[in-house]
Design a protein around this ligand. Structure first.
Ligand code: NAP
Ligand code: F7E
Length: 358
């Protein structure tokens, strides 16, 4: 039997790596679209190299998308690529709109042109609910985006609905609430906390600076959420779904539990940094995924407590490993000795002296 073929945009990101694993395990031929870069960003998918195929393309470039679809002929396209960090969207709103909003139209246009039977998944976001008018939020809750990222995602959501209704394309929008993992980017608050806790525990840092501790989010595990993406494309008819745990916690609660996991008390280490506050905040998100539960048979497997523990333990393990490699290198290398044992004396002159004496 011919293998099912899928194309994932954003394969180098957190979700892309989990989804690629899932599809590979299901026997798919998996193509991952990567954009040209002078350095490789394949850290999250290093273990999959050889099992998946990487192809070059960019959501900013219409022709590259058309050519990719012609070349690969996928049955399913998962559009996960975007500029996904909210603070950056305030600083680069135009670029965010290009990737995160218009990029979706470019991919849908490519599908319309090349093969309308391709099934399309759009990575929409709970950020679209923004200033919420009801809680919990479901598929019928009105949207009120509060930042350029969310505004761009809302465009992506509606253009997906529009191509479904206008051209009969099997295009669905997954409205996913925050989902995290040890592979989460370090700029997002959960990973910032787990990494900060691990650094403090190992004596590599003294404090952890955070922004708004009162913001509340519905946090789940990324591995559970990519399962829902796949399920959405296996349905008889295309429909949009909210994916969430239904539980909400504040940043303060996440931090308190993360420090506790490492045997520390958060109050001794967390400091407030006003520069990390946003021009407009999304104060509360809590999802109602009962439609997904009913129609897809989906429910989250990893609890909030398990997620926090998983992330802190992974960062502890990673940093311990880095430290032991550093000290092993330091023993045989006088330059590293100076750099790591005497960080204040890490001057050029000291390093050159060490090199010359070798
Ligand atoms: P992520 O870790 O930030 O990954 C984003 C991916 O997009 C990276 O692979 C990045 O590639 C790629 N990308 C960015 N611009 C691109 C372009 N112009 N052309 C091609 N690729 C480009 O995001 P994530 O957490 O995995 O999230 C996946 C998707 O779900 C995103 O669209 C995000 O907005 C959305 N979402 C995420 C969450 C969440 O809680 N994680 C919730 C709801 C929705 P490089 O490696 O080259 O930078
Ligand atoms: O912030 C507060 C911050 O950056 C969560 C993206 O995946 O999920 C993510 O967007 C909350 C906010 O995620 C810090 O003000 C406090 O209220 O982890 P975050 P996000 O903005 O919710 C949605 C669903 C997406 O779609 C996005 O792509 O935490 N917060 N202190 C902080 N946030 C950060 N980043 N850093 C802090 O120090």
């Amino acid at each position: 039997m011919k293998k099912r073929t899928a194309l994932i945009t954003g394969i180098t990101g957190q979700d892309g790596s989990y989804l690629a694993e899932l599809l590979f395990e299901k026997g798919y031929r998996v193509f991952g679209m990567v954009r040209r870069s002078s350095t490789e960003t394949f850290e999250r998918i290093a273990h999959l190299i050889g099992h998946i195929e990487l192809v070059q393309g960019d959501l900013l470039d219409q022709l590259s998308l058309i050519n990719l679809l012609r070349q690969i002929r996928p049955r399913e396209v998962y559009n996960l690529a975007s500029q996904s960090f909210v603070p950056t969207s305030f600083e680069q709103p135009v670029l965010t709109g290009e990737f995160t909003a218009l990029g979706v139209t470019r991919m849908l246009e490519a599908i319309k042109l090349v093969d309308r039977s391709i099934r399309f998944y759009q990575a929409s976001s709970s950020e679209m609910f923004g200033q919420v008018s009801e809680s919990p939020q479901n598929e019928k809750t009105p949207f009120y985006p509060r930042n350029p990222y969310a505004v761009a995602k809302l465009y992506g959501h509606w253009i997906t609905v529009n191509y479904r209704e206008s051209y009969g394309i099997f295009a669905v929008s997954g409205i996913l609430f925050n989902h995290e993992s040890p592979r989460r980017g370090k700029e997002f608050v959960t990973r910032r906390i787990s990494d900060g806790v691990a650094r403090i525990k190992l004596g590599l840092a003294k404090k952890l600076a955070l922004g708004n501790l009162e913001a509340k989010r519905d946090w789940g595990f990324a591995g559970d959420y990519t399962q829902a993406m796949w399920l959405m494309l296996q349905q008889k008819r295309p429909r949009d779904f909210v994916i969430a745990t239904g539980q909400t916690h504040s940043v303060r609660e996440f931090a308190a539990l993360a420090f506790k996991t490492a045997g520390l008390h958060w109050r001794r280490y967390v400091v407030e940094d006003r520069t990390l506050f946003r021009p407009a905040e999304v104060h509360l998100l809590c999802g109602d995924a009962s439609k997904a539960r009913r129609v897809l048979g989906w429910k989250p497997k990893v609890s909030f407590e398990e997620l926090v523990k998983m992330m802190v333990e992974a960062d502890l393990e990673r940093l311990r490993h880095c430290e032991s490699r550093r000290s092993a290198a330091g023993r045989s290398n006088p330059v590293s000795e100076i750099a790591f044992r005497h960080p204040k004396r890490r001057t050029r002159r000291a390093l050159w002296r060490a090199l010359r004496s070798q």
